[in-house]
Design a protein around this ligand. Sequence first.
Ligand code: DLL
Length: 429
Amino acid sequence: MKIEENFHNKSIETRSQKGLKEMQSARLRAIVKHVYESNASYRLLFAQAGVKPDDIRTVEDIVKLPMTNKDILRESYPLGLSCVPRRSIVEMHMSSGSTGTPVVMPYTENDLLQWAECMARCYRMAGAKPGDATQITPLFGLFNGGFGMYHGARAAGLFVIPAGPGNTARQIRLAKDLKTRVFTGVVSYGVRLMEVLEEQDETLPDLQIGIFGAEAFSESMKKKISEGLNIDVFDIYGMTESGGVGTLGMDCPAHDGLHVWEDQYIIEIIDPKTGEAVADGEEGELVFTSLTREALPMIRFRTADLTRIISRDTCECGRTHLKIAPITGRRDDMLIVKGVNFFPKQIEQTLLGIPGIGNNYQIIVEETDGVNDVRVNVEAGPGVTGYMVEKALKEALGFSPKGDVYPLGGLPRQEGKAKRVFHEKIGKQ
Ligand code: DLL
């Protein structure tokens, strides 16, 4: 890998692990004091855990702090957990979630700068240079994707094309006319772009960098998009609760793990059942503490996302910030069928290994009297049969889901994050 000067904040991005730990300890002390002094709900959580701000001296003390989760945020809807006066809030984003009550994330002016800093590091790490035409296709709205990529692109000095989602023919026209070099979106929109270009027998010769995220992203899909669009593909991570896209990091040109911005966040990987830390290399649930956010810093937030720590060594790209594996899926996305546990991403990985298969699929979990069975609907070109799909899935998963093949373009598509898993109840007659 060629090491280029692709840093936004080189002194921080290459600071020694020892230096980062010192920053984390100092920032942890400050953030704990901030949330404790400014929010009664946080004070109550600390009291229940029997901990006071003075008990927190170094990063190692983090285990004394209470954990938080989505429920706490939902219960305090809209701004009950906010740690700043209302007049300092300048923007908000929101995730609707599947259960109804949304989570609102407020930002102060400094929080927007913090978000932009994290996102700008991601853009530069991907190789984007000031002046590069950058087409931003996630939704500009309550979803954090569009605005986060916008704030970061401005901080990195890029030429912003705020296209938003949809109308792929127009996106292609824009990309051609404005010589888009960097394309950003949710994973399924990268796929869509590739498909429409193929249909139109078009290419985008200026496009070199694709930054995609927000959805589980199998290695096969990364490879397919990278080859289909002839670009370098990056996997970007973040969530409403951490302050949005890019805050938790992205992979670098070495593509062997996602760098987490450790001066901004402390991460822990825990066993979801016991809540105890697991060893580096072992998979568990990612828990983060925001060290620098003002309006609503999260203390030990349980993300439900599963991953593992890959390395704490200095990367060949020069960055020192630890690397995690691409997200396996959410804890609650795990499917258990016929005694086999698996994640939708494994199905994607397997399907894409079948020659002639399309990019769009659905996983239907059929529950009959409490027993689950699974059916996979997938788009494919001529020559691919249901039997081929069933055989590949059986080899990969150890049991045989039913495979139904649809013509290319035959399954519905959604704007935004793709819904892949559908639950159907088949009751007793
Ligand atoms: O999805 C932020 C984002 C926008 C990331 C655009 C990347 C690109 P939320 O809507 O709050 O925020 O959803 C966060 O999406 O907890 C993960 O389960 C999942 N997720 C986000 N990025 C990735 C990724 C945005 N790179 C939730 N790989 C998270 C796998 C991801 N899952």
